[in-house]
Design a binder for this molecule. Structure first.
Ligand code: SAM
Ligand code: SF4
Ligand code: FES
Length: 343
């Protein structure tokens, strides 16, 4: 048995890995790893794929993350924000399309204060549907209010656990505050989602291993891994590195090995840089897909990175298209809300 196979057999039994073992897996070609991560996915969360309907309700952001097209210094971004009633309407459309979860995502936009957000959440919650928020860093009191209004889950990627790289990417932000947010979210009783970007300038394999260990130590219920895609109107503009796909896939697969029953999306960014990206991800450990349900001229304006998929497709078409793709690999769309551990 090769050393790689020994590591994989051990993880398969114990769901744990040391940092040096993670590094060995990240340096491998991934072929053996994906066989195991797919098996661990199948045995722990089954063949159902949870669909989450994504509503990107505002591209206005006060932050200046160096990688993101929505960063506030990008004067070329054409900004929009949806009024609460419209957000509620799009969520309703999602319910009609059969979604059991809606994900409300935006830039860090203070227009949506606690009252507005609680109103939106409680109105959407009148439907029998789970709500995920992905609106950035807020106070513990705000997180508590959103939870009390009916929000179930919260996505906030740590982006990178390399503190020096974090500071370079987010000079205006504080790594410790991001961790504080994640801990508050967990503590309040949300299902907590985090994750990282893969392929950032000066990012090391060593730090990616730390990212994976961070997901485990946080007790994440969901982990989303995205390949970094350079945006031309950001300081990190430049050529896309196609290797980011393979590395992101490996980070995702290793995460499945050590957190066997969590929810892991096949991310849109993966499909943006590989036409089969989401299917490959679903066969390498993922069990969630998050199609966009914002049928509006605004959809194209939520340009965090260029060439996003499905920008001109109607939500109904995406719903059928993705179900067809899921069925084509012998999997099915789950009919549950897909909480952590629910098949
Ligand atoms: N503003 C919220 C936040 O940052 O948590 C939510 C929206 S933000 C656009 C969602 C995610 O987009 C971020 O967590 C980041 O990982 C990802 N993202 C931003 N720019 C990206 C890029 N150039 N390539 C790939 N993913 C990117
Ligand atoms: Fe704003 Fe989120 Fe983009 Fe950072 S990643 S600039 S917080 S939308
Ligand atoms: Fe949008 Fe295929 S998922 S067209």
């Amino acid at each position: 048995m090769t050393s790689l196979n020994k590591i994989l057999e051990k993880t398969y039994e114990k769901h744990s890995l040391t940092k040096s073992e993670i590094i060995e897996l990240l340096n491998s070609d991934g072929k053996e790893l994906y066989k195991y991560s797919d098996r661990v996915r199948q045995e722990n969360v089954g063949d159902g794929v949870h669909l989450r309907g994504l509503i990107e309700f505002s591209n206005i952001c006060k932050c200046s993350c160096k990688y993101c097209g929505l960063r506030s210094p990008n004067n070329r971004a054409d900004r929009y924000r949806l009024e609460p009633d419209d957000i509620i309407k799009y969520a309703q459309n999602g319910v009609e399309l059969g979604y059991k979860t809606v994900v409300l995502q935006s830039g860090e936009d203070n227009y949506y204060d606690t009252d507005k957000l609680c109103h939106i959440i409680s109105e959407i919650k009148k439907n029998d549907i789970a709500i995920t928020l992905s609106i950035g860093e807020r106070t513990r009191e705000e997180y508590q209010a959103f939870k009390d209004a009916g929000a179930d889950r919260y996505l906030l990627r740590i982006e990178t656990t390399d503190k020096e790289l974090y500071k370079f990417l987010h000079p205006h932000m504080d790594f410790n505050n991001r961790v504080r947010c994640l801990k508050d979210i967990k503590d309040i009783g949300y299902e907590v989602g985090t994750g990282c970007l893969v392929g950032l300038p000066n990012q090391t394999i060593d730090s990616l291993a730390d990212d994976i260990l961070f997901f485990k130590s946080l007790g994440a219920d969901m982990v989303g891994i995205g390949p970094f895609i350079p945006h031309p109107e950001t300081p990190l503009k430049g050529e896309l590195n196609p290797k980011n796909f393979d590395m992101a896939l490996k980070v995702m697969a290793i995460t499945r090995l050590i957190l066997p029953d969590i929810n892991i999306p096949a991310t849109t960014a993966m499909e943006t840089i590989n036409p089969m990206g989401r299917i490959i991800a679903l066969q390498s450990g993922a069990n969630v897909v998050m199609p966009n349900i914002l049928d509006s001229e605004y959809k194209v304006k939520y340009e965090i990175y260029p060439n996003k998929i499905c920008l001109n497709e109607h939500s109904g078409k995406c719903r059928n298209c993705i179900e067809g793709k899921i069925n084509s690999i012998g999997r099915y769309v789950s009919s549950t809300k897909g909480f952590h551990g629910e098949k």
